[in-house]
Write a protein that binds this ligand. Structure first.
Ligand code: SME
Length: 159
């Protein structure tokens, strides 16, 4: 694995296009799921510096906090609760431009203003979610969804 991430300036798509092959290379030589999820969070943090980036893993019919970068966060989320629980239940990508407008949003931090959550699927079941929070409103759009889906596809190969 490369010793250092090569960080890309430029527009969002260019940043993802540079980062995704590096993430692929980072996880290619490692079989440990937690190690790989942790490095994916770190790589996203280094490139984009969002407020909070992490995985919640489905365990005993709850989402349980997994590897993340950012401030401490809620450890358990029930199905259908908050943005993460809704993404899990609906098995859909959720883009929330203003978390205060999302009914039932779980405020782990009042600094979180917008959010994107993607389900991670294995054999047609959601086994985890990737949750990214920004401290500015309206930070995520279809470009993020498109590229983050590619990162989730990498995760789906090893999880
Ligand atoms: N905001 C999330 C909870 C997780 S934290 O943001 C890390 C939600 O409503 O699902």
């Amino acid at each position: 694995m490369a010793e250092e991430l090569s960080l890309q300036q430029g527009n969002k798509a260019e940043q993802y296009q540079s980062l995704i092959p590096q993430i692929q290379a980072i996880v290619a030589d490692e079989s440990d799921v937690i190690a790989n999820l942790a490095n994916i969070c770190a790589a996203l943090k280094q490139q984009f510096n969002w407020f909070w980036i992490g995985f919640y893993l489905v365990k005993d019919n709850e989402l349980v906090l997994g590897p993340f970068q950012g401030p401490i966060a809620c450890t358990r989320i029930a199905k259908g609760r908050g943005v993460c629980g809704t993404a899990w239940q609906q098995q859909n990508v959720m883009i929330v431009p203003d978390v205060e407008q999302f009914p039932g949003h779980i405020a782990c931090s009042s600094d979180s203003k917008s959010e994107i959550v993607l389900p991670v699927m294995k054999q047609n079941k959601c086994v985890a979610v990737l949750d990214i929070d920004s401290d500015t409103l309206d930070s995520f759009d279809e470009v993020d969804a498109e590229y983050l889906k590619q990162i989730v596809a990498i995760v789906e190969h090893f999880i």
